[in-house]
Design a protein around this ligand. Sequence first.
Ligand SMILES: [Zn+2]
Ligand SMILES: [Zn+2]
Length: 141
Amino acid sequence: MTEESTLERGGCLCGEVRYTFPRTDVLSAHHCHCKDCQKSTGSGKATILFIPVDSLNLMGELKTFTVVGSQGSHVTRGFCANCGSPLISYVAEMPAIKFIKVGSLDDSTWVEITSSFWQKTATNWSPVDDTHPAFAANPES
Ligand SMILES: [Zn+2]
Ligand SMILES: [Zn+2]
């Protein structure tokens, strides 16, 4: 049974930035409860898919904002310059992977969370999901 991988689609609220990727290329999915994700999403956490850079086809232009993360890594968050929707982020020190904001998918019903990051800064109004593993901060390193 050789079935073509489903091509997943997503994009921002206004539609100026769109992307596609094959579902089978997804590496994992995570909730991140770090303070930067709370600030940039205006919510209790960011929910992100890890995808190889080469698997992601981006259409349209992202505006980006880069900060130095808690462990010295350079985290760049990409969003639509027109409507502000956060879409894709990446870490300079992890050049092979990009992170897609799960809420920007047209259909995210198939996503299964692998683990949560930054349990120690999770809020009481958006607690860590205890049905999967959680890390106090970033995994390992
Ligand atoms: Zn937009
Ligand atoms: Zn985070």
